[in-house]
Design a protein around this ligand. Sequence first.
Ligand SMILES: Cc1ncc(COP(=O)(O)O)c(C=O)c1O
Length: 379
Amino acid sequence: MNSELFDIPADVTYLNCAYMSPQLRQVTEAGRAAVDRLQHPWELDVEDFFVPAERLRGLFATLLGRPDDADGVAIIPAVSYGVAVAVANVELSAGDEIIVLADQFPSHVYAWREAAKAAGGRVVTVPRRDDRTWAEGVVEAIGPRTAVVAVPHVHWTDGSVVDLVEVGEAARQAGAAVVVDATQSLGAMPFPIAGLEPDFLVAAAYKWLLGPYSLAFLWAAPHRRAGTPIEHGWIVREGAEDFSRLVEYTDRFQPGARRFDVGERSNFVLVPMAIAALEQLLEWGVDYVAATLEGTTAHIARLAAERGLQPTPADRRACHMLGLRVPGGPPDGLAGELASEKVYVSVRGDSIRVSPHLYNDVGDVERFFSVLDRLLGRR
Ligand SMILES: Cc1ncc(COP(=O)(O)O)c(C=O)c1O
């Protein structure tokens, strides 16, 4: 049972991976060992600044479906950081448009609003409509002034999927850059990298990548790797491995997307934790994770529909998470009341967002519905 790999008490029903993944035991152990080791900095050597970061880049590239492309991966602290890099590297002129989705996660909206303001452009928001997919809405919104399509792969509120291949084709035809936030998909479902090479892709580690908080990834398309970083630390410059020559300043960078790494990216605690997480994910395989979670979410959708709740339609949602729309809206404080019964989900807008992982079983789903039925006055 995969649940043994996590420290989740038997009376806790955690269906909220889209909020934050419970930590794998091996991730906790990696973090503890790393903290202990830092008591003795004299035991660190030059390799500690470089080798684990390279391993992590390679693991992330593999997960993305580009195992040989560690070069394209930068280690960053948050999605907002990666979006800031993207903003700094796309050209915007007066009148240009940036496309986002309704209710998109703020870290992938605010920076675009600021950029549009500075350039005299505007953000175009694709409304949520039941009669069309997100991709159809984005394609319709793309026009001659579209400079950037800044969308998620999976919408954080209800698990609805954006068909990135469809979006990517339309964006390319319009000459627009594509910047994808894959935080709510990578690790839980395959990324269509063969069908769409986004200009930039960002993903936080602490949800479906099962990694630690304050660590995220940026993947830059090959033609973006000569771009401008938003800060200038020593370690991303050429020759940084030779600590005795750091003040032989150079304008040259380490190869690939490494120039976009955040300062102190060698983070001696978070990097080993993230390595442990991605190793486990790759051992399972993303296809296995996706197929297993698809079974769980289908079961949840069925039980929800039987109760008159409206799950995100099967042909529009990701395999691993879904929203259950409550007609008339969920009662105030529902998530808190569920939590007081040790059932953990999120409420986003008029939907209950349910996001299981491999630690969940049928018993968790039954417990969720039995508590929910009681709170919604159905039993
Ligand atoms: C889609 C999405 N992007 C990004 C984040 C986190 O953003 P940041 O790393 O900037 O805190 C979240 C957190 O819920 C999210 O759901």
